[in-house]
Design a protein around this ligand. Structure first.
Ligand code: SF4
Length: 443
């Protein structure tokens, strides 16, 4: 039984690290607390409660979490500090020892935060830790968040059963599980009712959707495609082996699912892919990219790649570079391999020095720039539908085309959260976006 009086006249701040899934989940925690009357602290105001939702994807992520917690404690010295998320699940005792932390909640407790808030007293010698063994976590907590109110992130799936050799996410988030199609369609309807125009489907391994409800991802996207009021959906990162031809064909026909794919390649060397325990090889990856190009010639294809994994010699990196250069893709997201305790990758002897990792990363980022530049350039002079965002940067505002080209235009409040047909013109001054001439608003 919750003693609601402890929440009276209280304020809270929220701090999220890591992926969009975490942002969506923090948003749900914020809603739960606001339903108890806890108001969000205004900027500059010290809060009574601080919630930190953490990430543990790399060593650097752990470090950033520790720094964030210390900073928050300094800014809000009397606040009751609750730390949750992947880092809290994986290393609860380490988190509990950080100065200022009062309560550590694991993956399962995150969505049930209220039942763990018995008091908000700071005068305790040690912090309380509540976690469950991750293998027992089967519950799915629905979440949805928005960035600047234009784009909404709908969590459709959580956890992962893949156990790639370098990754700790399955240990932090547990088995693959998902929301039901019925419930997710209702959530999308909610977003539409609140005026949301774009939904990004988010999860850890979203192509694996359906494990816990015996449904299929393709049926989810078919059902979402029917929701009135939503102008656009984007499918966030999807494993190449789970991106079926049927799915590509559906996106090609759909009016609402945008021609935008984000595929984690991780390495362009079959040897490294094997060590990583990925479920595809370069031939399958190439096939998927070619299928997309065949069915949707102007699709944006973003590709994740990790440099400097154990075992990645100069020759194997050269293979990766040559493979990626040969693909017709629009952009790379480059990550540096980070050693994670308890992972199988640590059994591989060859360690890549940090300087080599940095050099490889730079090389791929340059390649990414060339590819993105070419992709944008081929759209200059064409018309496109752009959903403009609320955020104002100086006198400018930005939006994205369906195929994820960033577009800049002078700020006009009435254009925010509107889909507008434009003519794509040349580059903006710093060459990060295309400029445009507005043609008409879409009804
Ligand atoms: S697919 Fe591999 S890299 Fe992605 S979350 Fe699962 S184990 Fe980690």
């Amino acid at each position: 039984m919750i003693d609601k009086t402890i929440f009276e006249n209280k304020t809270a701040v929220y701090y999220t690290l890591g992926c969009k899934l975490n942002f969506a989940e923090t948003s749900t925690i914020g809603r739960l607390l606001s339903e108890q009357g806890i108001r969000r602290a205004r900027s500059g105001e010290t809060a009574d409660i601080c919630v930190v939702n953490t990430c543990t994807v790399t060593e650097l992520a752990d470090k950033k979490c520790r720094q964030a917690i210390r900073r928050i404690h300094k800014l809000h010295p009397d606040a009751f500090v609750i730390v949750t998320g992947c880092y809290a699940q994986l290393k609860p005792q380490e988190v509990a020892r950080i100065e200022g932390v009062d309560l550590v909640l694991g993956a399962e407790q995150k969505s049930d935060i209220l039942s763990h808030l018995h008091h908000l007293d700071k005068d305790r010698a040690t912090s309380a830790v509540v976690t469950s063994p991750i293998r027992n976590v089967r519950s799915f907590s629905p979440s949805c968040s928005s960035d600047d109110r234009t784009r909404h992130f709908l969590k459709v799936q959580d956890g992962c059963d893949y156990y790639c050799s370098y990754c700790t996410i399955p240990f932090a988030r547990g088995r693959s599980r998902n929301g039901s199609i019925d419930h997710l369609v209702r959530q999308a309807g909610e977003v539409a009712r609140k005026g949301g125009k774009e939904i990004v489907l988010t999860g850890v391994n979203i192509g694996d959707f359906g494990k816990s409800t015996h449904e299929a991802f393709i049926d989810l996207i078919r059902a979402l495609d029917e929701v009135d009021g939503i102008a656009r959906y984007r499918i966030s990162s999807i494993e190449p082996n789970l991106l079926t031809d049927e799915l590509i064909a559906f996106v090609a026909r759909s009016k609402r699912f945008t021609p935008h794919f984000h595929l984690p390649l991780q390495s362009g060397s079959d040897m490294v892919l094997k060590w990583m325990r990925r479920k595809y090889d370069t031939a399958l990856f190439r096939y998927k990219v070619e299928r997309i190009r065949e069915m949707i010639p102007d699709a944006f294809i973003g590709v994740d790649v990790i440099v400097g994994t154990r075992g990645e010699t100069d020759e194997l990196f050269d293979e990766t570079f040559a493979f990626i250069r040969s693909l017709d893709i629009a952009r790379l997201h480059v990550f540096s391999y980070s050693e994670r305790p308890g992972t199988q990758a640590l059994e591989i002897a060859h360690v890549v020095p940090p300087k080599t990792k940095q050099a490889r990363s730079r090389q791929l980022l340059e390649l990414s720039e060339i590819k993105q530049h070419a992709f944008y350039a081929r759209h200059i002079g064409r018309s496109a539908d752009v959903l403009f965002e609320h955020t104002r940067k100086g006198e400018r505002m930005y939006g994205f085309t369906e195929n994820y080209i960033k577009v800049e235009t002078p700020y006009v409040a009435a254009s925010a959260n509107e889909v507008i047909r434009v003519l794509l013109a040349g580059w903006n001054p710093d060459q990060t976006a295309l400029t445009c001439t507005k043609l008409q608003r879409h009804e």
